[in-house]
Structures are given as structure tokens and as C-alpha cells.
Design a protein around this ligand. Sequence first.
Ligand code: TRP
Ligand code: ZN
Length: 482
Amino acid sequence: MATPRSAHRLALAAAGAAALGLLAPAAPGAAADVRYEPGAAGIGDPYFPDLGNGGYDVKRYHLKTAYEPGTDQLTGTATIRATATQNLSRFNLDLYKLNVRSVRVNGRDAPFARTGERELEITPPRGLRKNSPFSVVVRYDGVPQTLSGPIIFDLPYGFLHTRDGATIVSEPDGASTWFPANDHPSDKALFTIETTVPRGLKAIANGRLVKKWSAHGKDTFLWREDRPMAPYLATNSIGRFNVSTTTTGTGVPQLDAVDPEVASDPDSLSTPRNTTRAVDELSGYFGAYPFGSTGSIIENNAVPPLNVDNALETQTRPTYQKQPIEKGVVHEISHQWFGDSVSVRRWKDTWLNEGFAVWVEWYWAEKHGGQPARASFQKFYDDPPSMPPGRPAFWDVVVADPTRDQIFHRAIYFRGAMTLQALRQKIGDERFLRLVRTWVAEHKYGNATTEEFEALAEKISGQDLDPFFKVWLHTPGKPTTW
Ligand code: TRP
Ligand code: ZN
């Protein structure tokens, strides 16, 4: 969602420019020299060639959906505001399987085609001029599909069914299971998520609950996330929930939604409490909490066939598929800085998310009477997790280029965290924490790469760290000297 530089100035000159054909380039005979080309069907991520799309930059999604757990039908109208980054004759959105009923671009019907499982190819009636804003309205419906595969260790993700509704946990490529998206973290946008469900159920999404209303036996919930968000971090959990609200010590509004079966466990109070503590305490270490709200969504997937205890750092409000323990909350809240505010530029860099989140768990333990992070490092260094058959052994993964199916391998988490702890010990606590705080501040609401992290570490430490990062991040095998 980079800001359009020239759009405003162009608008000021609109009357004259329009007369010259500059703003209405598709008019026959006008601006014959302007060439329009299709946007790419992928945003250029080498691990996921189909993900995201080229040629435009989304500013805002307004997702208006209705979901019926009884029939599993989702009906949606997505209004997307974007800016062209090239002269566009055609562009794509990602949408997994669902039926498209109509597409409008700038208020006019636009022809569209499905090309492949998740590409929606749209031809606006007039070419879209580089730097000009445009709107797309997609009406769609169908039964949303759950994804699974080697990337998430064959666990279900994307649109998931729960006993009383649904939940959505989309990392890395599942956003298109429920809305048409430019599904890549390098195109963040603001979100309004408006959901209609049968009365008695709730829809819990990201950000602030702006309003809710009832009509015709249904309830509608309107949520707004007003800080840039990657599409995979958008969520919408539908079902029965006990909702509680509070404010953290640093003044962040908090909303926790707990499945009633989980809520009957007295332990369920621990997650809202741990969320408050983590938001406040991590703000002290890494700089102010980056978002306008926090909280949790706790599902009850403890019963087969679901029985998944995964959690995802959905922005502002992590989604836990089961009641988490304290370190699970610390992990997901730490992702609000590392992953959600500072996001990967390409999926090969997931260690920047997961390595940090695990390192923060270690740091938290150290600060709370547990073992020091250097002991956690030693434990994993001496005795790394064993991997299931078919997975590379722990020390065989190249952390900064693990291949697509290993972006959530244990090595990304634990060798990633070990890299940070080894760096802390090499450059010293004071410089390391300054590095982390600078990292978070420089890339706030943005995207970053391993190369940028390495460069910043060298700048702040004043050391040549190439040999260090080569051993830890770019070479397979257990590091012995660094
Ligand atoms: N990022 C998650 C974590 O906190 C792991 C994860 C990746 C995940 N993809 C997912 C969890 C999909 C649930 C669903 O470690
Ligand atoms: Zn994580």
C-alpha cells in the first residue's frame, strides 16, 4: 500500500488533463501512444509463483460476507480499492475455487475468467492508467475449501470448520479461500470485515468492532483494522463465543472471544491475562505495540478429527485452535511486532517471523525466573528436535533459503532463534536490543528481508558479520565456529 505520489496532483489538474485525454486514455483516438499491458499473475515470489499479482497495489478491502454454518455457504461482496502501478489492460486477483457472479471495475461491468484454481482474471472496460486509483467489486459465493499440504505439515489451514461454525488461519497462501485478494504479504492494506451470521452466533475478526446490528433473524458484525495488514493475517471466526473486553496497562483496547466449552475451564482466564501482560511487557522491550487493539480468539478443536493445537498470529487478535499455554500467547503476541508489523518481503524469510517469536519465548522465560536464553540455546544446540520421516533433518535446512515446503520446518523456528541468541552473545545485550528495536521501528507496517537484517546488524554492531550469518543462515550443517 505504498502511497500514490502523483495521484493528488493529477486530480488538481483533472479538468485540463481530462480534456487532453490523459485521464481517460481508453477513449478512441485519445492518447494513442499509451500502451496497456496485463499485470502479472504472480507478484514474483520464487517459492509461490502464483501468489499475489502484478500491476497494482491494494489500499483497502471491504469484505462483506454472509456465512451459514448449516449449509456451509459463503456469500460475499468484496470491494477493493487499489492503485495501478503500471498501465493495466488486465489484472488478476487470487480466489480459491469459489464462484464469481459478477465483477465491476470503477462502477462498470468487467469481463472476467477463471484461469487455474485460484486466479481470477479481470479485464476492465477501459485500461487503467499507471498511478490512478480504481475500485473493483467482486460478487462471489460457494462452499469455502480447507487447504492442507506439506507446507503446514499436512495440517488443515485456510478456511476451517469448527463444531459451531468456522475459523480462518491462512498463512501462507489461504486468504483466497474466503475472499478475492492480492494474496501476498508485500501488498498490505486496510481492512473492513462485515459478516452476517445466524442469530446467536458471532463473527470475530481483526481490529475494532465498529458496530453490530440485527435484521431478519441474523446478526451482522462490522470490524475494522486501520493499520496495514497482510491478507494472510485477516481472520473471521464464526460460532458461539463468550466475549470480554478490557484495556491493557499501556492503554490498548483488548477483546477476547472464547469458545464457551473452553470458557468453562477456569484456566481459560489465563489467555486474556497473559495477552495483556505480553502486550505491555513486549512494548517495553521492542517499542510500543504497533496496533490499535489486541486480544484473542480461542477455539475448541480439541476433539478429533480436528484436534489441532496450532495458533496463528492473526493481526491484533491471534487465533488459537485450542486453549494455549503462556508461552503460546507470548509467541503469538511477539509476532505482532515480528511478522505482522514487520512482515516478510518473500516467503523464504519466515525465520524472521518464527526465529524471533521463539527467541522472544526464551527471553520471556529468562525475565520470569525460567532458564536464561543462553541455556535454551544450549539445549537445542545439543539436542535438536527430531523430524518426521520425509522431512530434512534439523541441521540440514538452510534457514534463509529452506525451499517452499520447509518454510515452517522446526529449523526455521529453533535454528532461527539460536541465530538470534548467538548474535546477542556475539554483539552484546545492549547492541542486540538496539538492533531489534531499530529493526522494528525502521520496518514498521512494512516488509523486510534477511539481507536487510544482516546489513542493520553490521551497522549497529560495527562488526563484519558475514561469516557469522553465512554459518547460521546460509549453510546447511551444525555450526561449530562463528
Ligand atoms: N505462524 C504460525 C506460528 O505461530 C504457524 C502457522 C503457519 C500456522 N501457518 C499456519 C498456524 C496455519 C495455523 C494455521 O507459529
Ligand atoms: Zn510462530
